[in-house]
Design a protein around this ligand. Structure first.
Ligand code: CLR
Length: 385
């Protein structure tokens, strides 16, 4: 039945929300939703999903060959998907609408050094509001592993589902003992948000994404539960040596479900387990970016404190009052900037129209578009880490 999972008092507003998303496509972030579907977490916290297995991120540095390193990168990547795409269902019962970050919103965090894996730092900045774009950097300095990326979404509505095309990409770099730097270009899968009719949205991944370095092209295909066969959250990763490198490097195929386990199904390791995320994950520890160690007014958990409290405690009047205050303040700031002809300065990133790493590696994997803009990290970590 329609709206089965929706509190009865919110059913009609849920139905009108569904009708409106069918007509407004492009950007869902600023649409008004009934309270039951609101999450108290801002999208600036999402990049932390990239490192909920800090030991796998660190392990990328500990490999001896390019083949092993590539497998370690793919294993870390696949192991992040469960958190990225199913964790709200686990923590809140369904996918929810995150808080829409304001321009300049910041989130800092870290994962501690345990068992010699080194400390990993996280920095996130909302670099655009219309459209919403989030940039992030994650670095384990002692291991020399760093991920820098940005993402935005383009949404449309099809067959009762929301289709989310992820825009943006990430680059993972690893400092090698030889002094060289290995680079991996990471693109992102497409999402389908199903279960809307019932008021219990969840994500399925579709189509494909890539991980490309100068030695390997890894293409990952995603499939959900089909009408005839197939399991939810299935994937198949195919790793092939980059053009011209065949013969020296091996090919591998890995299959499984990204929220549980997978194994090698072709290549020298056939039959061996690849990834396993049935165990615990490590959530990020949020830290303040001020010299004092405190959180500034634009840091996510400080900025949204009262809105989040309202949503968590069911005080939606307070939530919407506090949200309006933030939005009005933003409008005023933009007006003032217009009046004096200035622009909000980004703190940690510089926008560039083309990303040479994307162009160079993207060509090896024949990905489209051939070029993309990007946000270069200024390497200015906050004083407290
Ligand atoms: C953000 C980048 C992360 C992966 C990720 C996971 C969930 C996505 C989110 C991204 C973007 C915003 C998103 C969300 C799921 C629902 C939400 C698409 C891609 C939309 C804006 C809210 C839709 C509202 C319904 C749930 C009613 O690495």
């Amino acid at each position: 039945q329609a709206g089965e999972a929706v509190p009865p008092a919110q059913r009609s507003s849920w139905t009108s929300f569904l009708k409106s998303i069918a007509s407004v496509s492009g950007d869902l972030s600023s649409m008004t939703c009934p309270p039951f579907i609101l999450s108290p977490v801002s999208l600036t916290e999402f990049p932390a999903y990239w490192c909920e297995h800090p030991e796998l991120f660190a392990a990328i540095a500990d490999q001896n060959t390019e083949e092993q390193r590539t497998l370690a990168v793919v294993k870390w990547f696949i192991s992040t998907l469960k958190g990225q795409y199913t964790s709200r269902n686990e923590s809140m019962g369904s996918e929810k609408k995150p808080l829409n970050p304001v321009l300049g919103e910041l989130f800092y965090g870290k994962w501690p050094d345990i068992n010699g894996r080194g400390e990993t730092q996280l920095l996130v900045e909302q670099v655009s509001h219309h459209p919403p774009i989030t940039a992030y950097a994650i670095e384990n300095k002692s291991k020399g592993v760093k991920l820098v990326g940005h993402n935005a979404q383009k949404t449309s509505f099809s067959g009762g589902s929301i289709i989310v095309k992820q825009l943006g990409h990430a680059t993972l770099t690893v400092k090698l003992q030889s002094g060289d730097v290995a680079e991996y270009l990471i693109t992102l899968p497409r999402l389908r948000i199903d279960g809307l009719w019932y008021g219990a949205p969840y994500i399925e991944l579709s189509e494909s994404s890539s991980i490309i370095s100068k030695s390997y092209v890894c293409s990952i295909d995603y499939k959900g539960k089909g009408y005839f066969s197939g399991k939810t959250h299935s994937f198949k990763a195919t790793l092939n040596p980059a053009p011209g490198l065949g013969g020296t490097l091996g090919s591998h195929v890995i299959e499984g479900t990204w929220h549980t386990t997978s194994k090698f199904t072709s290549g020298p390791k056939t039959g061996m387990e690849f990834h396993n995320v049935t165990g615990p994950k490590e959530e990020v520890t949020a830290i303040g970016g001020q010299t004092s160690g405190e959180m500034g007014e634009f840091e996510t958990r400080e900025l949204w404190k009262l809105v989040a409290k309202g949503i968590r405690e069911g005080d939606f009047d307070m939530a919407s009052r506090e949200k309006s205050k933030i939005e009005n303040d933003q409008r005023q700031r933009r007006k003032d900037e217009m009046a004096i002809g200035t622009k909000w300065p980004l703190k940690h990133f510089d926008h560039v129209d083309a990303d040479p790493t994307y162009e160079r590696l993207g060509k090896l994997g024949k990905i489209s578009p051939a070029t993309e803009d990007t946000y270069l990290f200024k390497e200015n970590w906050p004083p407290i880490a």
